[in-house]
Design a protein around this ligand. Sequence first.
Ligand SMILES: [Zn+2]
Length: 142
Amino acid sequence: MPISMPSPERCPFCDYLAGLRPYTILEQGDQVAILVTREQRGLGHVLVIPVAHRPTILDVAPEEERHLMNAVRRAARAITAAHDPEGIAVWQNNGVPAHQTVPHVHFHVAGTLPDGGTRWGEVPRLDLDETDGIAKRLSPHV
Ligand SMILES: [Zn+2]
């Protein structure tokens, strides 16, 4: 059975990387990029993505694997340096049944909240000034 994918008209992540829509990009390299999500579910919550459009983890190219994992680790270290959380959460969802909402593979990396865990359900949507502020705090450590 194929993975059931969300189907927005356009991929927002590809639009962000192409500069077609404004978004806070912490880092953009040849292979991977790190975005600061507007839906912060933990401290310094970022999304690590391949630059090439890959719908799920199953579609990641072999040459992208080490770049993705390296960026996940660097993001975790930057969050630790900037926020000193008691824990770091890394999660990744594939397909609608797994709650994937953007059809471009992404790894969530976030520091745990002061009261533990990460935030689920509805969260306030931050504006770009707020996510730029988060990027500013993380960028010296990436
Ligand atoms: Zn995409």
